[in-house]
Design a protein around this ligand. Structure first.
Ligand code: 5GP
Length: 182
């Protein structure tokens, strides 16, 4: 059972649902009358983007990018590469990046520089989880934030460890024994 590998639940399904709803309403007000494009980062952010867009009441488009920043381990490599690029042109559009978690900030920093060069009308970030204790890159345009999380490896609600645990409906801390064993 997946649940047995979880040390404790940090954020419940209910708390995530409420937060997605709240963020969706704020985004709807802030971007009313604007050409909004949500750029979601695969694969960790899929559940969050799915819940968030249902809480947004203004027209929008969704596009996906895939970047690889992590090797098989839980340590950040700092190496980022685009595995899948956007399908649409974002020039002149109001772009909101939807991310699952910001840790060191290296991934997001790379993504922002990459997208900024395509000349969107605005570029901001909506992140579900902020693990600020390990931040290396500051001044990131984080306009919307779900929750702060402690310096621990979390899984669930889209977030994985070696591609597992994405389907847990909550965010929890993975037991150290799971990755220290390997
Ligand atoms: P950063 O570049 O900010 O250090 O890392 C961002 C990426 O690392 C996230 O998009 C996510 O894929 C991964 N990551 C960072 N911390 C965690 C964590 O606690 N759990 C999981 N599952 N992934 C993490």
């Amino acid at each position: 059972m997946l649940y047995e590998d979880i040390e404790n639940i940090l954020i419940s399904e209910e708390e995530i649902r409420e937060k997605a709803h709240e963020l969706g309403q704020t985004i709807s007000e802030d971007y009313a009358g604007k050409d909004l494009v949500l750029v979601s980062v695969l694969r960790g952010a899929i559940l969050f983007v799915a819940d968030l867009i249902r809480a947004i009441s203004i027209p929008l488009t969704v596009d996906f990018m895939a970047i690889s920043s992590y090797g098989p381990s839980t340590d950040t490599s700092g190496i980022v590469k685009v595995v899948k690029d956007l399908e649409e042109n974002i020039m002149g559009k109001h772009v909101l990046i939807v991310e699952d978690i910001i840790d060191t900030g290296l991934t997001l920093n790379y993504l922002i520089r990459n997208l900024r060069s395509r000349e969107p009308a605005s570029l901001d970030v909506c992140v579900l989880l902020d693990k600020s204790a390990r931040r290396i890159v500051y001044n990131l345009p984080i306009k919307y934030k779900g929750f702060d999380v402690p310096d621990a490896f979390v899984v669930g609600y889209g977030l994985d460890y070696r591609q597992k645990y994405r389907n847990l409906p909550f965010v929890g801390i993975l037991k150290k024994a799971v990755y220290e064993e390997e």
